[in-house]
Design a protein around this ligand. Structure first.
Ligand SMILES: C[S@@+](CC[C@H](N)C(=O)[O-])C[C@H]1O[C@@H](n2cnc3c(N)ncnc32)[C@H](O)[C@@H]1O
Length: 409
């Protein structure tokens, strides 16, 4: 299966992806080193090094750089190269410190909460010390206008919020992620836990952070988006390549990345787990650096990224005709000639649609849409159009979309 995908998955008009470059937003800070280089995160063996880091996956086409290592050490190393910050956005889903012998309900059974040794609490002081240490590094690695998102439950989030304040970060939002179908509370002595908190903060009070307000409003039916987001836990399809005990839903990361970055921005996930952030960045044309200490989860990330290499081809054929074409010689507008597939891999067509857009267009500058329809042929589309719309129509645009998947053999 090919690893590299070229431009597949990028939005229309998205600029070709490059390694991060200083954006205009940061022009008031001219002297920081914003050039990302994959080798900057490689920690060599040394007397004080706990775990040398390795570049486990590199895909320059998709802008993905994944490291097997300890995030504190890797971030220290990055800071030597980029003392004034290099990331536009950091998403951190740290250990929640909740694997301490409690019980929960999983697949209808009572089980102990045990996400792994990495998730055990070492007591409030040591937990806070750890949180402060990784947050300090994240803050330093943000570009002047970069922002940090951190998820957590009550086991960790108050310590994270307090450390953010101690470090002088600027709190932007406290988002509540609400899960519509949480597991029941088996003890029946508490309300059912159905939310997680996600704190959004900027590097410091001077930051002029990126917020794609209009996009969020549009995504919310043209109403201002609130700070309570409803997403289900990852669906079975998101776990079909293997399980991580605290995997985040793709939709949640999409919301975060879309709300606070631009295409081509550089994103860091220091606790990458199953690679949800990297996957979303690859789909949304953001460059992503991920760090994970456990090779089992890193392998899962690689499987997810490989499967996200789209084996799909999208062809869009557009034909513009005048109404006269329809009346005088309908075969000129219908059918559209097939695209050349010479040299292309064998594919199955899994979707085909012909959309007809009827335009009133005496002059191009006055063009307006009078009617649209999805039909098989132009003749059918014309026959189904209301008479009043037909009278206004001067031009018809036929947009034909086909989605093909690669044949497996
Ligand atoms: C809460 S999970 C992240 C889950 C992830 N957001 C996802 O969607 O799959 C935290 C991850 O951080 C890793 N981890 C814990 N301490 C680490 C450290 N010091 N450096 C790097 N990774 C670490 C754990 O192995 C675990 O996979």
């Amino acid at each position: 299966m090919p690893k590299k995908t070229g431009n597949v998955g990028r939005g229309r008009g998205t600029p070709p992806k490059k390694a991060s470059k200083p954006s205009n937003r940061d022009s008031s800070y001219p002297d920081y080193d914003a050039q990302w280089r994959p080798e900057d995160a490689i920690v060599e063996e040394g007397p004080d090094v706990l775990q040398p880091s390795k570049l486990a996956y590199r895909d320059d086409a998709r802008g993905l750089y994944l490291y097997h290592g300890d995030c504190l050490e890797v971030m220290d190393h990055l800071l030597q190269k980029h003392p004034q910050g290099v990331f536009d956005l950091i998403f951190a889903d740290p250990p929640y410190f909740l694997s301490n012998g409690g019980i929960t309900c999983h697949a209808g059974k009572m089980v102990k909460v045990d996400k792994g040794a990495w998730d055990k609490s070492r007591g409030p002081e040591l937990n806070h010390e750890f949180n402060t240490e990784w947050l300090r590094r994240c803050q330093a690695l943000l570009k002047p206008n970069g922002t940090l998102w951190v998820s957590g439950t009550h086991h960790v989030i108050f310590s994270v919020g307090y450390a953010m304040q101690q470090l002088g970060m600027k709190m932007l939002n406290q988002v509540t992620w609400q899960k519509p179908n949480p597991p029941p509370n088996l003890a029946c002595r508490y309300f059912t836990h159905s939310t997680e908190t996600i704190l959004w903060a900027a590097k410091n009070e001077k930051s002029r952070h990126c917020f794609n307000y209009a996009d969020m409003k549009r995504a919310n039916g043209d109403k201002q988006m609130k700070d309570v987001w409803t997403f289900t836990a990852p669906k079975p399809d998101e776990k079909r390549l293997g399980k991580h005990p605290t995997q985040k839903p793709v939709a949640l990361l999409e919301r975060i990345v879309l709300s606070s970055t631009a295409p081509g921005d550089l994103v860091l996930d220091p606790f990458m787990g199953s690679g949800t952030t990297a996957l979303v960045c690859s789909l949304l044309a953001r460059t992503c650096v991920g760090i994970e200490r456990d090779s089992v989860y890193l392998d899962l990330t690689l499987r997810r990224l490989d499967s996200a290499t789209f084996n799909l081809t999208v062809r869009i054929n557009v034909f513009v005709g005048t109404q006269n074409d329809l009346e005088l010689a309908s075969d000129r507008i219908d059918p559209i000639p097939a695209m050349s597939t010479e040299g292309a891999p064998k594919t199955d067509c899994i979707f085909h649609e012909s959309k007809f857009v009827f335009l009133s267009c005496a002059q191009v500058s006055q063009a307006s849409v009078v009617h649209t329809t999805v039909d098989v042929t132009l003749q059918e589309a014309w026959a189904h159009a209301p008479d009043g719309k037909k009278r206004q129509t001067t031009h018809i645009v036929r947009c034909e979309t086909e989605i093909h998947r690669l044949k497996s053999s």
